[in-house]
Write a new protein. Sequence first.
Length: 379
Amino acid sequence: MKKSEQIRHLKEISLSYKVPTDLLDWEALVDEKLTFSENKQLLISLIETLATGEQTTTEKIGKQYGKNGNTIKNEKEEIARVELDGLKKEAELSETEFEKAVNSIKFESSQELENYYNITNKLLETLTKSDKINGMILQGGAGLGKSFNTIKKLADLGMKKGNDFEILSSYVTPLELYKFLYDNRNNKIVILDDTMGFFNNKINIGIVLSALWGEGKRIIHYHSSSAKLEVPQSFLFDSKIIWCVNELPKNLESVKSRCFYHELKFTYNEKVKLMYEIAKIQKIEFKVVDFIKENSDESTENMDFRLLWKINEIYKANPKDWKEIAIVGLCKDEKLILLKQLLKESTTIMEAEKKWCEKTQMCRKSFYTYKGKIGGVKV
């Protein structure tokens, strides 16, 4: 979408909030290198702040620079200041709500775990009942509970490993895949867990395409003269396949179109709340999660549920000095740390952006990309 068209649509949004369009310097604020959705995401909080913020509208700015709000001096700088103030207020509110949610998990009954995996669980249950869809791809970062929750849900549905579902992990060759599917061909759930490079192999994809879809019977073929095959070169497949993957390559529509697909994404605050839920279920002392919460933030690169287990093991093995040992394992993203510091010490978004570009030698787009990661933290 051209920049002029983006500006026109953004002005319509501004008017829907009853914010005068001449209050904003659209040419300066809209980045033609970004998509409409990205520009909208960057500007919507500013528009909302101008619309609902207490004395942050044209009236307030007009008092500072003249009675007529339309004759504002240094409009661009004032708007950037308002945006940063809005970001800080939003972060404070988010932090308050976060603490309330954590206390609710600690001291009251809570359904946080089920709520965050609700869509995943609904799709898994639907897959087990469907006579049309025979596959599901569950994508998400490492350590977010994809495999654990999948197995837990199948168990909750009364299924047992070995009888009703089977798991294949790590690297697998096409021949090994074919034999595994043959061994589990009759009315089972096959879980392919983090099978490295699986979708980069065209033979693997060819095998599973037949396993996922077919008119009537699904027949899988593997034509080979190798003595290692040890199973028939074709067989009927009556089972279903679930992939738990960290990443997917592009141009995989041939597989995705045959499957249910869901991507797990959690914010930093959501991960912490889920850690408290897991600790409650697994009888892990809350002091372990408290430690993670007090010593981590969005810049913690290994902020996943495996971190909880690792630190808990350190705690159990070293009850006296576990904190000194555990703190070493909390890895930080230095760029996010820098950004949070710049936002804290700057008076406007523009000032923080300028300092960011100078210190990192990165472009302004990277500034907004990183800013989008820090959501509800204090700045």
